[in-house]
Design a protein around this ligand. Structure first.
Ligand code: IPE
Ligand code: IPE
Ligand code: MG
Length: 265
């Protein structure tokens, strides 16, 4: 009985969601899509705890959301999607949870890589990848190489990523160039600094999404998000579906970006 009621509820939810997704799909202006979307995939632990499940189950459910959102971005024609999967601060968590997250990453890549490749998706890892466990590091390097020539969506996986650490690393490299007389300090511009970040050559995110109700940046894309449009949602990442992505895009398209200038028209 409980099962059938749950099933009924799910069908209803799916139906409402798909109707809403269809409506939103029609409301989108496909000529003004964000070029780069960034997402802080947050709320996995709370999703599991609320169901009396171990946190690991929340992370596993979160992978399903990632799958759906990557597919949706790819078919919408979004050029860049950057997802925050593991921060430089997430090492503070119990080793068991860290290990589960690393295993899930490897599993995700193994299961998805062929479909991603068929869909012309290019994989790129951003963060201190050299400090990740060997199996995660190798899977990332392998899949970056495998999808290197793809020209559809670029999926940036932010792993062992911290915005401050990224800037520190850039400053170190710039310092070495100056010390080696390869760069003149007077020629350091914003563009030069951007060229030393993990995201070199990638336009700044237009839209930055954070689910799970938290209203903070948590060390994500500090430099790049200077003029990103923020979109928050109380929905936890494992419940985040295409419909929520479409809501965020429609909302983004209603906003006026001024970049410090004045309202045009
Ligand atoms: C996001 O979910 C996943 C990572 C940070 C790796 P959390 O694990 O932070 O989930 P909450 O915030 O505890 O609910
Ligand atoms: C941000 O979420 C990092 C990722 C989603 C990978 P956290 O859960 O680590 O952030 P805080 O601790 O709530 O700021
Ligand atoms: Mg969290």
């Amino acid at each position: 009985m409980v099962r059938s009621w749950l099933g009924f509820w799910k069908v209803r939810r799916d139906k409402n969601e798909s109707e809403r997704a269809e409506e939103l799909g029609k409301a989108i202006d496909y000529d003004r899509l964000p070029i780069h979307i960034a997402i802080i995939m947050d709320g996995n632990g709370r999703w599991a705890t609320r169901r009396g499940l171990p946190r690991a189950m929340g992370h596993r459910a979160g992978v399903e959301s990632l799958r759906e959102i990557v597919k949706a971005c790819s078919s919408l024609g979004i050029k860049y999607l950057t997802v925050y999967a593991f921060s430089t601060e997430n090492w503070k968590r119990p080793a068991e949870e860290v290990n589960i997250l690393m295993d899930l990453l490897v599993e995700y890549l193994e299961k998805e890589i062929h479909e991603l490749h068929e869909n012309n998706v290019r994989i790129k890892a951003i963060g201190r990848i050299d400090e990740l466990p060997k199996k995660a590091r190798e899977a990332l390097y392998r899949d970056e190489e495998y999808t290197r020539k793809n020209s559809g969506l670029t999926l940036n996986l932010a792993l062992n990523y911290g915005g401050r650490n990224e800037i520190v690393e850039a400053v170190k490299r710039i310092g070495r160039e100056i010390a080696g007389d390869k760069l003149n300090p007077d020629e350091v511009t914003e563009e030069v600094i951007a060229g030393y970040l993990y995201t070199a050559g990638i336009p700044d995110p237009d839209l930055l999404i954070r689910p799970s109700g938290e209203l903070r940046i948590s060390n994500f894309l500090l430099w790049q998000a200077a003029y990103s449009e923020f979109w928050y949602s109380p929905v936890l990442w494992p419940d985040f579906r295409k419909v929520h992505l479409l809501e965020a895009i429609v909302d983004y398209q209603r906003r006026q970006r001024r970049f410090g200038g004045l309202k045009t028209k």
